[in-house]
Design a protein around this ligand. Structure first.
Ligand code: AMP
Length: 306
């Protein structure tokens, strides 16, 4: 059976959308990715760090989903990473209000022996320097290394980010980030520039407007499901990545054709994420709910032309 290692923030978030506001709830790229990929993978592992203020109850929920927490460090006397964001009325754009790195500031990732030899590595959003350390600390290069990042790291650590990009196979970012990283407005031009930076494959997520997958001369587009209610888009990008990588790892096929299916699996998972605040909707999904959602994507774009 294939195994997946996920690196990413495990966090407290405070979120404001036009529909409501939360106090500190559990979030973090690593958390969202792990929940999402848990529906595809029995065996998966997380590398991250939290402070002693992080609730055991949430760690138990992850363990129940089959997530191995051996690589999750709990720092006594320190505080968990905290992020706060506010969505604009269109729900597609948001402003970061607060980023308190706390335990992430001096995070030195430890890869437990039991994680060595993993075939799939998902570098979730976190400092590019830590992402690089994780790659370097893998004794054998995984078969597929996927990576996410965000404007925060482009603003303060572009040089490190470029070093890490050279080492990965696939980058998964949103349209705004692709434009910032490449300096190009056209996403087609941006995709070329970014692929020259290292990753041969690129996914550009466009929120409610779907996602694009680029490789060589090939492009694939997946829509997002038109949903009646979108409460909170936080984590949708990570949940997409978790579903995408989880799907690839579970089928152990990294062909372009299978990546298309992975993009649909990721999009289906993301469509659940936005229906409730935080991780709530992701905690108890059933296999048939997920299959039903994937079928909706197939139906949405399936047509015959005479
Ligand atoms: P997404 O909505 O997919 O972009 O991801 C949102 C998640 O990213 C939130 O749960 C945050 O805790 C986390 N996050 C926000 N900023 C950062 C950062 N600078 N580094 C790591 N994780 C972050």
């Amino acid at each position: 059976m294939m195994s997946l290692v996920t690196v990413g923030s495990v966090a407290f978030d405070a979120i404001e959308t036009p529909f409501g506001k939360t106090d500190k709830i559990i979030g973090g790229a690593g958390t969202y990715i792990a929940f999402s990929s848990s529906y595809f993978m029995k065996k998966q592992n997380i590398v991250s760090v939290v402070g002693e203020d992080f609730p055991q109850e949430m760690l138990d929920k992850l363990t129940d989903k089959g997530v191995n927490l051996e690589g999750l460090q709990i720092k006594e006397g320190e505080k968990t990473f905290f992020w706060s964001g506010k969505y604009r009325n269109d729900m597609n754009s948001r402003d970061t209000l607060v980023t308190e790195l706390n335990v992430l500031e001096h995070f030195d990732p430890i890869i437990p022996d039991s994680y060595q030899g993993c075939e799939y590595l998902m570098l979730g959003n976190l400092s590019p320097d830590v992402q690089l350390k994780v790659i370097e600390r893998m004794e054998k290069r995984p078969k597929l290394i996927a990576m996410d990042t965000m404007n925060f790291w482009m603003d303060i650590a572009m040089d490190d980010l470029k070093k890490t990009l050279k080492k990965v196979d696939i980058l998964i970012i949103n349209d705004e980030e692709a434009r910032q990283l490449s300096g190009e407005y056209s996403l087609v031009k941006a995709a070329k520039v970014i692929r020259d930076m290292g990753p041969k494959y690129l996914v550009i997520k466009k929120g409610e407007h779907g996602a694009l997958l680029f490789h060589g001369e090939n492009t694939f587009f997946a829509p997002a499901l038109p949903l009646e209610d979108v409460f909170d888009p936080t984590g949708a990008g990570d949940v997409f990545a978790g579903g995408f990588v989880g799907y690839l790892a579970s089928s152990d096929d990294i062909s372009f054709e299978n990546m298309k299916r992975g993009v649909i699996a990721g999009s289906a998972m993301a469509s659940f994420c936005v229906e409730k605040f935080g991780t709530e909707r992701l905690e108890n999904l059933t296999k048939s709910e997920i299959e039903g959602r994937i079928q909706k994507f197939v139906d949405l774009t399936n047509f015959k032309m005479d």
